[in-house]
Design a protein. Structure first.
Length: 370
């Protein structure tokens, strides 16, 4: 049996009519950019994330870029982040003119290490960008503690709907950071039918600035207070996402159930470590990522048996050719480098059948002779 890493068609088949009906309302209105459909989604996302504001934008990359612009981050500034993430987290730091400062991760969770952040703060540090990797929130409250008042931008591109207990209260992804950012790239746990992004914040001033920045920096059309961007969420994407949002909690529960199955089925294999989720966290398992010493061999074996898998991420950002100007050497961020050599993500999408789950776990076990 072949098992894809992700099967978007399975989800589409189940919700097609609901989504198409909502899309057709936008088509009939002929209002395609921002407007009522986007406002409806913004309201839904703010509610889900427990935030005062949610501002739609073109994609999750722009969400981070706009967040930094709203905090006046630019030339001469340093922004601390993790190198074990998708490129956009750091590409945007470069693109606002600031310098990415890469610090190491907690090898158990793969998320940024607050202790490493504390050591990297300098008078030039303007913000910190933790990433909620693979579906589990980074320890935002610990990041905030070491940040000592510096703004924290939570890159929650992979993590909408996840939560973490902080001081006895369940906090949502994006809720407690200065600014939280989401991506609706189609393969995400909440994916559009194209690109899309969202920024959340509790801060009125930041929200007003973000609303300007996404439309070329002008609160009034054709009058520009500052130079912004064209980064609007289009209404068709908003309609798709609004239609899908009510299903998100159910999909997340299914992802967690799939993860619980793998955790059990793959327990006790020497040379393989199942994901560690801190007890405070409720992960939405955007990815189910194991650590394997013979990772490349296992991936080749899975491929031969038609089981999908992926490596997120094979080369940490501090070693990317485009960042060679920063001067990081191999070995300078060791846990991130080790993770890049060992991680492998397995199929985790909500619509996996029991037979498919058995196939994935059975194939992995067979590789290890179990
Ligand atoms: C951690 C992280 N940050 C940022 C992004 C960028 O989002 P987008 O592809 O919507 O620009 C992604 C996803 O692609 C991501 O996984």
């Amino acid at each position: 049996m072949s098992v894809p890493l992700l099967d978007l068609r399975a989800q589409h088949t189940a919700i097609r009519d609901v989504v198409v009906e909502k899309m057709m309302k936008v088509v009939d209105s002929q209002l395609f950019i921002l407007g009522a459909a986007v406002e409806e989604l913004e309201k839904q996302v703010a509610e889900l994330s427990h935030t005062k504001h949610a501002i739609g934008c073109a994609n999750g990359t722009d969400a981070i870029l706009l967040a930094m612009r709203a905090l006046d981050i630019g030339r001469g500034d340093e922004v601390i982040t993790t190198p074990f993430t998708f490129f956009a987290t750091a590409g945007t730091i470069h693109n606002v003119g600031a310098t990415p400062v890469f610090v190491d991760i907690d090898p158990k969770t793969f998320n940024i290490s607050p202790e490493a952040i504390a050591k990297a703060i300098t008078p030039k540090t303007k913000a910190i960008i933790p990433v909620d990797l693979f579906g589990a929130m980074a320890p935002i409250e610990e990041v905030q503690r070491v940040a000592k008042g510096l703004p924290v931008i939570e890159d929650a591109a992979q993590t909408i709907g996840a939560s973490r207990m902080i001081d006895g209260v369940k906090r949502m992804a994006g809720e407690v950071a200065t600014i939280g950012t989401f991506s609706f790239f189609p393969s995400k746990n909440l994916g559009g039918y194209g690109d899309g992004g969202m920024i959340v914040t509790q801060d009125d001033k930041i929200a007003a600035r973000l609303k300007r920045l996404r439309v070329h920096g002008g609160a009034t059309q054709y009058f520009h207070d500052e130079v912004g961007y064209n980064s609007r969420l289009d209404a068709l994407q908003a309609a798709v996402l609004s239609a899908k949002l009510p299903y998100l909690a159910g999909w997340s529960a299914k992802r967690r159930a799939n993860a619980a199955f793998y955790d059990k089925a793959l327990a006790g294999i020497a040379g393989l470590t199942t994901p560690y989720i801190a007890k405070e966290n409720e992960s939405i398992y955007n990815q189910y990522t194991v650590r394997v010493e013979r990772r490349d061999e296992l991936q080749a074996y899975l491929k031969e048996k038609n089981v999908g898998s992926a490596i997120y991420y094979p080369l940490p950002l501090h070693l990317q050719p485009c960042f060679s100007y920063l001067g990081y050497k191999k070995g300078s961020v060791p846990e991130a480098e080790k993770a890049s050599a060992q991680v492998l993500s397995l199929p985790i999408f909500p619509e996996l059948t029991q037979a498919q789950l058995d196939e994935v776990a059975g194939t992995v076990r067979a590789f290890f002779g179990k």
